[in-house]
Design a protein around this ligand. Sequence first.
Ligand code: HEM
Length: 549
Amino acid sequence: MSRRAARSSSVYTAAGSCRPHTLQTSSMSPEDARCRLSTWRLDNGYTCLTGSRPGRCQLDTGNRELTLSASTPPQGRHLQVYEITRRHHRAPPGPQRCPLIGNLGSLIGGSPLESFAKLRSTYGDVYGIYLGSKLAVVLNGYEAIHDALVKQGRQFAWRPEQPVFVALEGDVSDLVYGNGPEWKAKRVFIMNAIKELCLSRKGLELERLILEEVNCLTERLDLLEQVNPREILSLSLANVVYSILHGNRTEYDNEDFLKFMNSLNGVFKRYMRNQMKNNLFPFILKIPKLPFDLHGLQKIKDNVQTGKSFFAKAGQERLSNHEEGDTTCLLDYLLNNDSPVPPADFWKPHYDLMAAGSETSATTLNWLILLLMHYPDIQEKLHQSIFEVIGHHPPSISDRNDLPYVEATILETLRFGSNVPLSVPHSVTEDVAFRGFIIPKGTLVLPNLASVHYDPNNFEDPLTFRPERFLSADGMAVVPSEKLIPFSLGPRACLGETLARTELFMYTTRLVQKYTFECPDGERLPGLGGVFGLTHRPQDYNVRLVKRN
Ligand code: HEM
């Protein structure tokens, strides 16, 4: 309790939307008073909703304790102060917090990425916004993101506690959202397993596996004149992960596979909506049964159940045929003695990898096709560069060094599409001093990766698609940029980066070898504005596939 509070004469209890405060009146001089209750708003951010008569008062939040002092103390009255508009003390600056909705008003209307850019121009590289009642610190620009995720990587490596996960009572995938030593052990184990499986010759032979998958995709595409590529790409890329998990692919029209993929899409769609709702009304998750599944819990539980059932069926064969020491697929690794994942939890990494590894890579290819439709010169140059080196032969991973234009086009697509624009939310487990601010324990930290990719100081003319920016002057070598961070940075950086880069190379090369992508007759070329969700994807569009000879 502050010294001022100790001098106080009356005690008032305040009901807080987050936590209640005890308000204490003291005999402060009127000169100290800084805000007027008659306006019903106290100028350090508390809002007085009921109970007190107009007077002059001051709130002292010096040591995070609330002390109300008034020249005319609201004696004998119950004063309700809701912590709904105060900004955290010493937290990064940001717009005035509104009751209940926080700063959602600043984000609604127009593209969220543009809103974030506007806030950056007002408040700087590190600012705080309230998503409902929850403080989120947004990191913008390479330096701020690098300082947090790399220089202070240990402190920022935490994932935030999500109220909805608490409500799911442990039925939560823990590779992406886990924390602490258990998460670390699983991450290291799975990364090593994927590396051994995919990149050493003893395992799955990633090249063969991806080629088989691209061939299945092109067999499908060959039957079509035009297509909305979104779903078929998603199925195809999910199948690559499926093959790594099980050692063999599944059919696109396998009912369980389709059901699982649909449920994943449902999760992606609902995730953002639920996040917002739960931040706005955190108490609704505490109510076990709500009509119409208002907290969305039942739908999420159903999705998890679909994931579990899919795994139970798909993994059955491997589970019954496995012998200790087998290493033909990821499931074998999980079944071996040194696995940190207990059998009851096998579905979790399965779910995580399918979720994290399908939509992301598929969205990048979805951007690529749309961008090539917009830039036919680049499409022709890309095709030419491939044809000169490997002709009609299927690509192999070792061709990457000889195809710098392909690599540069992929890098530029990852930059332009920025398909995981706010990364996956991070958090801090303790109050962290960062660039002169204090980021309070439990704060949501959003690394705005897109802010790095669209910054003209990093990439000249950032809204133009130009693969050459990643090439040497003679066009013979790739010139990577440290400012390109689509897979994020630090201890939580994407676990599948190597796999994703390999997929993107093999798919891009094979698809451009086989087809010219054009806007279908009679349709308007779709715009390049993205749809913002868990990923940043292009709007749905149709592409005409013209087979090359
Ligand atoms: C173009 C494709 C991809 C992009 C752009 C991408 C991007 C990202 C990003 C930005 C993160 C968050 C990093 C952070 O929290 O700071 C992430 C996490 C993750 N990604 Fe990817 N990813 C891609 C493909 C893949 C693939 C193919 C897999 C595996 C099959 C994968 C598995 C994961 C996992 C498991 C995490 C969570 C890591 C952790 O929390 O420790 N990703 N990815």
